[in-house]
Design a protein around this ligand. Structure first.
Ligand SMILES: Cc1cc2nc3c(=O)[nH]c(=O)nc-3n(C[C@H](O)[C@H](O)[C@H](O)COP(=O)(O)O)c2cc1C
Length: 378
């Protein structure tokens, strides 16, 4: 394996420099992205709330070049939790349009993360039994959930739902979408080696990737050529999501490029990490992807990026864009602060007042209180 990370270091590209997507010509103000983050602020019917608008637009005004929405469900039966943004109905169009316009007004690039929860969509929330690639029992929080295997009709329907949702985002005025094929949700459930269906949607690698590949092709066949379609991938097993082989994930990335995606977003949780499969390689996950994607294919990377030194290091490993999650919650003005290379982002726990001043509304603050050591307990 030849690693190309070093040659990129020499180019000395900085995260606050602009970026142009070659195929679409879309220009992005800088390479600092707000990572997709569930924030529980949407209304019960999935429409946009003022709280969610403020949280995102504040980051746009503070100079994030790219704003990803939270994971937004493309089907009614793909909802994973309350307060989730919906993109499954024209009911959502007005809020989506308002958000897209707001993002554009602050010269940021707006991308909606499209997802379906699959096995992880609780029955009380969706009103029916959750479905996935295979039938199985699944532990969701304190509950054992019985999941049924997808029928051909479910699969056809969800492909269409992703397509229609992407069109809706285009109509609303967004710059593109990201398909969430990471973190153990439906698309990842199909990719997993645990998907041992014996039809063309499971079993061997070519079959397990078919759902994702078909959705990409279907979306591409209807959207404008300059509307971005990217994919978020998990490179290896993590937490409860199992069945991801690192080499397969690299191979999948290559196949996705062939089918015409515009960017890849790798969710590492730690940008410095080497793959579990090759712990002694001395090469972080990002560099493996960079080497397989070629020098110029747009690569977003998330995972424990807090300080300018982290961002620069991630880019030296091969990232084109750095996605900030927790740092962007606590430090909304990260892009301007990080102009100083010696800047150190204040780390959690944050007070509730601090988070309110960073434009998190109460449901988001309550949600973050459940994350270990993120909010100062009273
Ligand atoms: C509150 C919270 C919500 C998240 N929601 C999502 C989500 O909706 N979709 C997604 O792909 N990742 C989600 N993530 C993962 C982040 O996008 C990011 O990849 C991860 O937090 C690692 O980056 P960080 O160390 O900068 O936080 C979430 C993370 C946090 C902290």
């Amino acid at each position: 394996m030849h690693f190309v990370g070093l040659s990129r270091t020499k180019r000395g590209v900085k995260y606050f420099e602009p970026y142009t997507f070659q195929r679409s010509g879309l220009k992005v103000a800088n390479r600092i992205a707000l990572s997709p983050m569930t924030n529980k602020q949407s209304h019960e019917d999935g429409t946009l709330s003022d709280g969610e608008y403020k949280w995102l637009i504040r980051r746009g005004k503070e100079g994030f070049g790219v704003l990803f929405s939270c994971a937004a469900n493309v089907s009614m039966d793909g909802k994973g939790w309350n307060g989730e943004l919906g993109v499954y109905s024209d009911l959502h169009l007005e809020g989506l349009t308002q958000l897209a316009q707001g993002i554009r007004a602050c010269h940021s690039t707006g991308l909606v993360q499209l997802y379906h929860g699959g096995a992880r969509s609780p029955e009380p929330l969706i009103g029916c039994r959750p479905w996935s690639a295979v039938d199985h029992m699944f532990r969701l929080g304190k509950h054992e959930v019985s999941v049924r295997a997808a029928t051909e009709v479910d699969i056809r329907r969800v492909i269409n739902d992703f397509k229609v949702a992407a069109l809706r985002c285009q109509q609303a005025g967004f710059d593109g979408v990201e398909l969430h094929a990471a973190h153990g949700y439906l698309l990842h459930q199909f990719l997993s080696t645990e998907n041992q269906r014996n039809d063309r949607w499971g079993g061997r690698f070519e079959n397990r990737i078919r759902l994702l590949m078909t959705i990409v092709s279907e979306i591409k066949s209807v959207i404008n050529p300059n509307f971005l379609v990217g994919i978020r991938l998990t490179p290896e097993d993590k937490y409860t999501y199992k069945g991801t082989d690192f080499d397969e994930s690299l191979h999948l990335a290559e196949q996705l490029i062939e089918v015409g995606i515009d960017f890849l977003d790798v969710s590492t949780w730690d940008y410095r990490k080497s793959p579990d499969k090759y712990p002694d390689s001395g090469q972080p996950i990002i560099s493996w992807y960079r080497s397989r994607l070629g020098t110029d294919f747009p690569l977003f990377v998330a995972g424990d990026i807090w300080d300018p030194t982290d961002a620069m290091q991630a880019m030296q490993y091969g990232a084109d864009f750095v996605c900030l999650g927790k740092a962007a919650i606590g430090v909304p003005d990260w892009p301007s602060k990080a102009r100083q290379s010696e800047f150190k982002a204040p780390r959690p726990p944050y007070t509730k007042e601090h988070l309110a001043a960073a434009d998190l509304s109460q449901p988001f603050i309550d949600y973050m209180s459940k994350w270990e050591n993120f909010v100062v307990s009273e």
